[in-house]
Design a protein around this ligand. Structure first.
Ligand code: DC
Length: 219
């Protein structure tokens, strides 16, 4: 039996940074499931599919081959063999992915891949529905969150450090809109699994959160 850790939570809570660091400490594979939905969405955008046409999105979502690989411990996502790990990180793809990932039939194929991956590897998987849907029997479940003010401030600082102009209130409004969308969709909405441990990172450093995760895993 493989050892699986499920990490869920809203956008901007630091899931990927924390889960990646904890995975390295615990010698587990880190699986960023959002990257799979993003790669599929990038394919649909490139193909010119009208994302408002749900039937068409569902029909075409089985077309691309999406695979994960690892280079120096970092996850790479491939779309029909092309490394798209960088191209999926745009705001346009992020917004479109929220729409595509809300469709049940689209999720089925991707969830099946995630379950198969977890069945054959010891891993930390992060997403929105890992503890509730993908890995209901995970060994450890963590729900990572932070207030929208703190998440917006972190994002604001990140962009400002890169020399990019941005508006704090706009960032906060976008984060709250994304939360609403992820928590209120009909299929697999974001919610804390009953047996997940809640970790509010609002007043914690990255190191403290990683330490907390590692200790929750008790390894
Ligand atoms: O974590 P992220 O920003 O890469 O996620 C992009 C979108 O994909 C976001 O709208 C939520 C969705 N997603 C999902 O529905 N289920 C997952 N397991 C992971 C991400």
């Amino acid at each position: 039996m493989s050892y699986n850790v499920a990490v869920d939570g809203p956008a901007g809570a630091g899931k990927s940074t924390i889960a990646r660091a904890a995975a390295a400490r615990l010698n587990l594979i880190y699986v960023d499931t959002g990257a799979m939905y993003r790669a599929l969405t990038l394919y649909l955008i490139r193909e010119g599919v009208d994302l408002e046409d749900e039937a068409e999105v569902i029909r075409r979502s089985g077309e691309p081959e999406i695979t994960l690989g690892y280079e120096q411990g970092r996850q790479k996502v491939y779309l029909n063999g092309e490394d798209v790990s960088g191209s999926i990180r745009t705001e346009e793809v992020g917004i479109a992915t929220a729409r595509v990932s809300a469709l049940g039939p689209v999720r089925e194929g991707i969830v099946a891949m995630q379950k198969a991956l977890a069945a054959r590897s010891d891993c930390i998987m992060d997403g929105r529905d890992i503890g509730t849907c993908v890995l209901p029997d995970a060994d450890v479940k963590i729900y990572l969150t932070a207030s929208s003010q703190v998440r917006a401030k972190r994002r604001y600082d990140e962009l400002t450090a890169k020399g990019l102009a941005c508006d704090y209130d706009q960032i906060k409004a976008d984060i709250e809109a994304r939360d609403y969308q992820d928590m209120h969709r009909q299929v697999s909405p974001l919610r804390q699994a009953e047996d997940a441990v809640l970790v509010d990172t609002s007043h914690m450093t990255i190191e403290e959160v990683v330490e907390k995760l590692v200790s929750l895993c008790g390894r």
